[in-house]
Design a protein around this ligand. Sequence first.
Ligand SMILES: [Zn+2]
Length: 128
Amino acid sequence: MGYCPECGASYEPAVAACPRCRVILNPDPPVESGEPVIVHRVPDAAAGALLCGILENNDIRTVLRTATLPGYGTVRRDWATSAWGEIMVAPDDAAEARAIIADYLQALERGGEVRDEDVEGVEPGTEA
Ligand SMILES: [Zn+2]
């Protein structure tokens, strides 16, 4: 099953995106604690995948919502921003997600570049 992260509707596995909201379906049911919130906008797919990977490594479930949808050609959502897409997380995880992204971007500015070792195999934390 696929679930629309925006309206919560469920669809057959063959359906890739919610035809009503035009967002890519999530394999997991929507978070019960509330609507996902946008924590960061990304300029391209690589940045989205990278940041989502970092958040996932910290046990934060992410939804990467994109402006360009497979199956819809090059249809773009009418956003006030030119961002390629946006990262959404559960409201409970929003503060932590923003902090993690801020830390990462800060390190990026400081260090100039990030090595693969810095983002792959990030420890999810010592707790739990
Ligand atoms: Zn929907």
